[in-house]
Write a protein that binds this ligand. Structure first.
Ligand code: BGC
Length: 749
């Protein structure tokens, strides 16, 4: 080594040592997270702490510029990455690099009953968020399907807390693998859109814990969610963002949540309450920010200057602020300051493939008399009817509205697969629904106007139906107000726009009429007996047309199962059973969940199984399965540590490969508290070649047998007789196994 190179090497070593010594703990990612958080916090002024706990624009919050700590960018969620909006307004910014893949709506994901699909979904959407430099994905939504009128049910995972819990965990974990936080919403009891900003939910403790909280709890305690979004509504008198029971006692107390509670946009109302009761970050309070205010309007946020003032005056403790700021720092370090996170990807072939796969697995074959589907080989002329076959569904519906790179319409997807089979496809409109195609400045560019009268539209469709070998009607709801859309509820359980009459006319004209409905909600089916086949298609996003065509033509063998009950009429759902306005939509601002645990099948099972068109868990296949006699594994005894395991032999008895979902329900034969007739507590999906058999082992841990005792606030198992019900749907039980639990057990959350 020359003298010069020795000097250079020494200088380099020395400067590295200086740099190392100078690297503050908070910037050193070899240090433990908590040490970094506390170090950063200790360097921050009061104003800087206040600065990071509220928005600086519609979807971002600042970091700490003096310390080189970056801010946070949020994005909707939950079905794709929303287009960038203007700094202070909801309207899209008009960027050209923010088109995304729209993944299927969460109802469709839930209908796969396949946690692997939830993992694929979470990982894929997380990659899109990461590529777009978003740190917080505002989703998934896990509010329980209480009423089929709720306009936002399509963004949630159905009526069952167990199914929701199993599906939300892999979604959250998949998103967060990318260094992007999932923000689970809308915590809690945001089950209707009517009066959503203020409606006060009154629900008993047991129902709260058994039905409405488990999805959130699983997302936090098992999924490790880094953020959660308290919603707009009130619970027991206090807005969710200001609710100490929800935020302090349950979320941060019982569940040990160490992440950030981020307000829904504009859901904060009071500095004192929000400061004390556990909310960490405020967004969306002043929607016109810099445009309207004399000064920076974000300074007027409840958690901005007004909060700082109360602390400086000694009226609020700084310790609460320190906790909030520490949580926000933790979030920043887990996301934007994580140098090891992957780079993400946008609009990749893999993401389109994931969307198509999840869509195909989530589509539910409700009815298939005479095996009409898949489209038989003798069909040469196929008629497609219905507005939803040609309408882009990714634009509209509220905050989940997207700007997609591409969207395959059902008619185009059907045409593509028909062409390869030598089938001619004709199209007739049948009805005109809602021809608007705009949301926050994103337009579909479609002109769906049609001047024909309703009678003429039906007459034209009927004429074409008579000439076709088979008819596929594609209808349902859409993303317009009072359909499946944020901020309004539906006003009727029926399909809109005269569709019932169209379907009846088509069925009369052509006995091979298949109904495919795209919705996020159940609806009445007065034409059910008249049509041989019905498919529940959901909102499937970018790959909608391909996924639907895959199922109709049989390239994909359907395996979806309903995540909520399709009852006959609105009054077959407990909140609507007696037309009691206190139960829905509420009276004088209060809505009372008087039905308690009687949500979905927990209601219809006991009171009116015959009032259901398609039960929770129902879904057919193009093959057939046989469930052999289920047995308890081992000595069949329940233990606190491992519960009990059920072995279920499944055989594919048909002629093509397919997947079946084995569902395990638990029934408490006698209980001191009234319990639902049965409740889903385990499930497993298995793919089998024709003739193949396998045995699924499904574990029921102790939680599967417990109820929440409101008197003691403990989860409780009473000794006594239980029954384990195994089947392929909540109304298709094939084995009933008795089980006796000899001791009692209790535990705290
Ligand atoms: C919705 C949230 C959404 C937020 C931001 C609110 O109106 O309720 O679900 O994440 O806006 O767009």
């Amino acid at each position: 080594m020359t003298a010069l190179s020795k000097i250079t090497a020494a200088a380099l070593l020395c400067s590295a040592a200086v740099m190392q010594a100078a690297t503050p703990v908070y910037l050193d990612d070899s240090q433990p997270l908590e040490a970094r958080v506390q170090d950063a916090l200790s360097r921050m002024t009061l104003a800087e702490k206040i600065g990071i706990i509220h928005a600086q624009s519609k979807f971002s919050s600042p970091g700490v510029q003096r310390l080189g700590i970056p801010g946070i960018w949020c994005t909707d969620g939950p079905h794709g990455i929303r287009p960038d909006v203007l700094w202070d307004e909801w309207d899209q910014a008009g960027a050209t690099n923010d088109s995304c893949v729209a993944f299927p709506a969460l109802t469709c994901l839930a209908a796969t009953w396949n946690p692997e699909m939830a993992a694929l979904y979470g990982r894929s959407i997380g990659e899109e968020a990461r590529y777009r430099n978003k740190n917080v994905l505002l989703g998934p939504g896990v509010n329980i399907y209480r009423t089929p009128l709720n306009g936002r049910n399509f963004e949630y995972m159905g009526e069952d807390p167990y199914l929701t819990s199993r599906m939300v965990v892999p979604y959250v974990q998949g998103v967060q693998l990318n260094g992007v936080a999932a923000c689970v919403k809308h915590y809690a009891l945001n089950n209707q859109e009517v009066d959503r900003d203020h409606v006060n939910v009154l629900v008993d403790d047991r129902t709260l814990h058994e039905i409405y909280l488990p999805g959130f709890k699983a997302a936090v305690t098992e999924g490790g969610a880094w953020s959660i979004m308290p919603g707009y509504n009130k619970y027991d008198g206090d807005h969710a963002c200001e609710n100490s029971v929800l935020l302090l006692d349950i979320l941060k107390g019982d569940w040990g949540f160490d992440g950030v509670a981020i307000s829904d946009w504009g859901a904060v109302h009071n500095t004192d309450k929000v400061a004390r009761n556990g909310l960490d970050m405020e967004f969306g309070s002043w929607t016109n920010g810099l445009n309207w205010g004399a000064s920076n309007a974000y300074d007027d946020y409840f958690l901005a200057k007004p909060y700082e003032k109360l602390i400086l005056e000694g009226r609020l403790p700084e310790s609460d602020l320190n906790d909030k700021a520490a949580r926000v720092l933790r979030l920043i370090m887990r996301t934007e300051m994580n140098r090891n996170r992957p780079y993400g990807s946008l609009n990749s072939d893999e993401h389109y493939a994931a969307a198509r796969k999840i869509g195909g697995e989530g589509i539910v074959l409700l009815k298939n008399d005479g095996g009409l589907l898949p489209v038989p080989a003798d069909v040469k002329k196929l008629l497609v009817v219905g507005e939803n076959a040609i309408k882009m569904m990714t634009v509209g519906g509220g905050s989940s509205s997207l700007k997609v790179q591409r969207e395959v319409l059902p008619l185009d997807g059907i045409r593509a697969l028909a062409a390869g089979r030598g089938i001619d496809v004709a199209y007739e409109r049948g009805y005109v629904g809602d021809v608007t195609g705009e949301y926050n400045g994103v337009t579909t560019g479609q002109d769906l106007n049609d001047e024909r009268s309703a009678e003429q539209l039906i007459a034209d469709a009927v004429k074409a139906a008579r000439e076709a070998d088979m008819v596929v009607f594609v209808g349902g709801l859409n993303k317009s107000d009072h359909q499946d859309a944020e901020s309004t509820d539906r006003t009727s359980f029926s399909l809109p726009y005269n569709q019932d009459a169209v379907i009846e006319a088509l069925a009369a004209a052509n006995p091979r009429t298949v109904v495919v409905n795209l919705t996020g909600n159940a609806y009445s089916m007065p034409w059910l007996d008249a049509v041989p086949a019905v498919v529940q298609g959901w909102y499937i996003g970018s790959e909608a047309g391909n996924a639907i065509a895959d199922v109709i033509f049989g390239d994909v063998n359907p395996s979806g199962k309903l995540p909520f009950t399709f009852a006959k009429e609105l009054t077959d759902y407990a909140p609507h059973a007696t037309a009691d306005a206190e139960m829905y939509p509420g009276v004088n601002g209060d809505v009372r969940y008087k039905e308690g645990l009687g949500v979905g099948y927990r209601h219809t099972d006991r009171l009116k199984p015959s009032r259901v068109n398609f039960a929770f868990g129902h879904g057919l296949s193009y093959t057939t399965f046989d469930l052999g006699k289920a047995q308890l594994a081992g000595d069949g005894r329940f233990t606190e540590a491992s519960g009990v395991t059920v072995d279920v032999p499944v055989t594919n008895t048909g002629s093509r490969s397919g997947s079946e979902v084995v569902q395990v329900y638990v029934r408490d034969v006698k209980s001191s508290l009234d319990r639902p007739y049965k409740e889903l507590k385990a499930f497993g999906k298995v793919q089998l070649a024709p003739g193949a058999t396998t045995t699924l082992s499904l574990n029921l841990p102790k939680e599967a047998f417990a109820y929440y005792d409101p008197a003691t606030k403990l989860w409780t198992i009473e000794p006594g007789k239980f029954e384990i019900l195994v089947g392929t749907a909540s109304d298709a039980i094939t084995s009933r196994l008795p089980l006796t639990i000899k001791e009692s057990f209790t535990w705290h959350d």
